[in-house]
Design a protein. Structure first.
Ligand code: 6PG
Length: 239
């Protein structure tokens, strides 16, 4: 396990610029080496400007396969939908083949059934893998240290025998990649902005800590990048 790459950028705009440069390179490398790039997107607010910037690039879109690392259990046209946000910011603006964009199903009225369905759609794109290896997974982190929809002290943190499970935030169901699926990725790229994330980050990076309380501690992919703005990462800067 290599040590994570941690970069503190002066502000959110610089964080987005750095994330764009890194993402474009990783996407191009994946396509050059494996003939496609499999991506899982983060939700929340932080990644939106990155998605908007990616929409302005001229990446070879027909080689991208898009999934989501987690999703709120709402229809895609709901304002809280992670897929809705990414489609508006990016995916509706570029010619990725529609059959290569895989929003999480949320229409069964049964989160566990939709989670199982999503796992099947994953396996159809990664037919030969017990645990699929994404080329790049974007993640955010909440001020409680959660990532994807892996919230503190929830059962989802313990799931090791599935790729997708049901997470819960304040009792509300979400659908989320599991820790084993995230950790199988070639590269995970965390984007974290805001001073309100400082405390959780200090707990995530501490030598010793409680991963059940700060679930982002559970993420250990082959290559792990943390891009932080100054607000979030200032305590990590040399004095
Ligand atoms: O569905 C979600 O909300 C995200 O996947 C979640 O894990 C998010 O990344 C963090 O909560 C950070 O959210 P912000 O970027 O809005 O701070």
């Amino acid at each position: 396990m290599t040590a994570p790459h941690i970069e503190v950028l002066p502000d959110k705009a610089a964080l987005v610029e750095r994330a764009l440069t890194l993402s474009v390179q990783l996407i191009q490398d994946a396509i050059a080496q494996r003939g496609r790039c499999t991506l899982a997107l983060a939700g929340g607010s932080t990644p939106k400007p990155l998605y908007e910037a990616l929409a302005q690039t001229n990446l070879p879109w027909s080689f991208l396969h898009i999934f989501w690392g987690d999703e709120r259990y709402v229809p895609i046209d709901h304002p809280d939908s992670n897929a809705g946000m990414a489609k508006t910011a990016w995916l509706e603006r570029v010619p990725i083949p529609p059959q290569q964009i895989h929003p999480v199903p949320t229409a069964a009225g049964d989160p566990a059934a939709d989670a199982h369905q999503y796992e099947q759609s994953l396996r159809s794109v990664f037919p030969d893998a017990d645990v699929p290896t994404f080329d790049l997974i974007f993640l955010g982190m909440g001020d409680d240290g959660h990532t994807a929809s892996l919230f503190p002290h929830t059962e989802a943190l313990q799931v090791r025998d599935r790729l997708v499970t049901v997470g819960h935030k304040d009792g509300q169901p979400r659908i989320t990649f599991t820790v084993p699926l995230i950790n199988q990725a070639r590269t995970v790229l965390f984007l974290v902005a805001g001073a309100n994330k400082q405390h959780a980050l200090s707990q995530v990076f501490a030598e010793e800590g409680d991963a059940q309380m700060f679930p982002s501690r559970l993420i250990h992919s082959q290559s792990l990048w943390w891009l932080l703005d100054h607000g979030a990462g200032q305590a990590l800067l040399p004095r």
